[in-house]
Design a protein around this ligand. Structure first.
Ligand SMILES: [Zn+2]
Length: 634
């Protein structure tokens, strides 16, 4: 080939569109350019004096984003990802004053979410796997693309990508995608159409728990495919067979899964309510698995000196302070401020005497609450009683938690003062002249004033007009539908009311729902029953109005077809197209839907599975119907 095209040498070390053309034996070499790129970027930042909050932005927006493109195609390997993380970690922890390389918290902890005490930095390797899982998802759900057809013909003809094994002699990019398949399998679920492609005992298809498989042991059951559980006459579950085969824990869930014998089974992503895969959701799942495997789910890690280990990290990030103040509080809570005793504990050889008073050792307790100069501040601010309380705290977490629980104005004052005091201490620590106590207090008051001004702007009162029910145009009927659902019994009711352009009551209906998976499914069933009734009455132009925004959205688009109720949504859409000349869906406020709501409550009281239609206004809704009309006339 080369001689025909008279190419002397293939340029295998080159990159095409920013990716290496051939990865070859040494992954390290092929991806070296990523490391260099990150390193060069960080070198450029070193000279700029940035706060931790500023660094957080650079790390998240730039450094961690550099390898994203390569990660979407190749497994960069755990080794390289760890190297990249350690470059970024070194930058993050480097100090402005000295070139201090203490890593106060492990990278692992920094990758936890802010809610769990981390900073939400990426675990690069897990993020890499999530990106590869997306490739696998695309191949699974769009098998007809050119790439999909080529790969299928080469590696998995006659079977599914989920069954593929990494054999010898396969390309590096395919091997990478198979790494993604492993993660994909941890979150995939099969939605049931006719049940022919789903194996009862080994495939994930029950929308519950982490395995998504039956907990009932198979025993000697001869049943293999889900289709065998579906009654061929009704097209729905063979209730007797399901309750005979499974433990109630399984049976109760299975019976709420919608089926659709007109279609084949299709895959969905379990950890998203729409059933669609996202890198974000897959990454979250991978982190969860990592923490389980390490045996340290962040929420269960014990903190020294904490009686109650449920520390509410999110409360720090919810404070209405600038980010740099919150970052300071976060470090205080982790006891990772570089006070001298902490540095010595980390093996830095140094004098541990307090740089402010030069009398005692400097730890956080001393610096903020016991140091002679600090106490002067507390006195002047008239917060001595708070100081004596905080002085007794034995850990950073305990201190921060106590302050978080104070009244808002005290809390703000204490945090801001500590932050300003820390800045003053840093000056003294660097051998510069420390601001006077009067200066510090003035700066505290100034900052508090600024934040109050800032926050006052955000809290402007909103004056929304009360929404009101509106009648449909002439020749169109409006159908308001609603449902109610009881979590405990899994039962519910649906109700609808049909009205004309004058707001006249045409018909109302209500029914009892014996079993639903959740409120959303109850709403969806309500919509279906109401539409069936409207069609039976011969209505051809209707507006269907619901206050369940998710249902409204789902039956007008295809985005939710992979959700648990995807089957029902599709059924409704097909029904709307085939039975009506014109059928539009409108989403309204609950306040416009009170008649339907009352009928749904009535539906709950009916006998098992029965329904009732009313051509005259029932007493219990007549007041609501007329109030809808007066509202509309306003
Ligand atoms: Zn001191």
């Amino acid at each position: 080939m080369r001689s025909i095209l008279s190419i002397n040498q293939e340029a295998t070390n080159e990159r095409y569109l920013g990716l290496p053309i051939s990865v070859g034996k040494s992954k390290k070499k092929a991806f070296e350019y990523i490391k260099q790129k990150i390193w060069a970027r960080i070198q450029g930042w070193q000279e700029r004096l940035l706060s931790k909050a500023g660094k957080e932005i650079l790390v998240k927006a730039v450094a961690q984003a550099i390898p994203t493109y390569a990660m979407s195609c190749f497994d960069l390997t755990k080794g390289l990802c760890d190297e990249l993380s350690s470059i970024i970690g070194r930058y993050w922890w480097s100090q402005q004053d000295k070139d201090n390389k203490v890593h106060w918290l492990s990278w692992l902890k920094l990758t936890r979410s802010k809610k769990k005490g981390g900073l939400g930095f990426r675990d690069l390797h897990l993020f890499n796997l999530a990106m590869l899982a997306r490739q696998a998802w695309r191949l699974l759900t769009n098998p007809d693309t050119l790439v999909g057809q080529v790969l299928k013909a080469k590696y998995y003809s006659g079977t599914s990508i989920l069954q593929c094994k990494a054999n010898g002699g396969i390309s590096y990019s395919w091997r990478s995608i198979l790494e993604g398949v492993k993660l994909l399998k941890k979150g995939i679920i099969w939605r049931i159409g006719d049940g022919n492609d789903t194996k009862i005992w080994s495939d994930p298809w029950i929308p519950r728990g982490i395995t998504r498989r039956p907990i009932t042991p198979r025993g000697s059951s001869l049943l293999t495919k889900v289709s065998e559980l579906i009654d061929p006459v009704t097209g729905t579950w063979d209730e007797q067979l399901v309750t005979d085969t499974f433990w109630p824990e399984d049976a109760n869930v299975i019976l709420t899964i919608p089926t659709d014998v007109e279609t084949t089974d299709w895959p969905a992503w379990h950890f998203d309510c729409t059933g669609n895969f996202s890198v974000k959701s897959a990454y979250k799942l991978a982190v969860q698995f990592r923490d389980w495997e390490l045996g340290e789910d962040a929420s269960s890690s014990m903190a020294a000196g904490m009686i109650n280990n449920e520390f509410s990290w999110h409360k720090i990030w919810q404070l209405k302070f600038p980010n740099k103040v919150k970052m300071f509080i976060w470090r205080l809570a982790h006891n990772s401020l570089p006070v001298r005793r902490n540095l010595a504990r980390r093996g830095v050889q140094m004098d541990t005497i307090c740089p402010v008073c030069h009398r005692l050792d400097e730890d956080c307790g001393h610096l903020f609450f016991k140091c002679k100069r600090a106490r002067e501040c507390w006195q002047i601010m008239s917060l001595e009683n708070i100081r004596t309380e905080l002085e007794l705290c034995t850990s950073g977490k305990e201190t921060v938690m106590r302050i978080l629980n104070m009244k808002e104005n005290e809390r703000n004052k204490v945090f801001i003062w500590m932050w300003r005091w820390w800045a003053a201490r840093n000056k003294a620590n660097a051998g510069e002249k420390m601001p006077t106590i009067a200066d510090i207090i003035r700066s505290v008051n100034f900052h508090i004033f600024e934040y109050e001004k800032l926050n006052a702007k955000c809290d402007a009162p909103s004056c929304a007009t009360r929404p009101a029910w509106k009648p449909p145009p002439v020749d169109v009927y409006k159908i308001n539908v609603d449902a109610s659902f009881h979590e405990k019994t899994k039962q519910g009711g649906w109700g609808f009311v049909a009205r004309d352009y004058k707001g006249n009551f045409l018909e109302g209906g209500a029914g009892m729902i014996v079993r639903a998976a959740n409120a959303l499914q109850a709403e969806t069933l309500g919509v279906l029953r109401s539409l069936e009734r409207a069609a039976a009455l011969g209505m051809t132009r209707i507006i269907l109005e619901t206050d369940a925004a998710v249902v409204g959205k789902a039956i007008t688009s295809t985005t939710l077809d992979r959700s648990t109720n995807g089957c029902l949504f599709r059924q409704i859409r097909e029904f709307m197209v085939s039975q009506f000349v014109c059928c539009t869906v409108s989403i309204c406020s609950r306040l416009c839907n009170r008649v339907a709501d009352a009928l749904a409550s009535f539906g709950c009281t009916l006998e098992d599975g029965s329904s009732k239609y009313m051509s005259h206004i029932p007493d219990f809704v007549s007041a609501l119907v007329s109030s809808d009309l007066t509202g509309a006339c306003d």
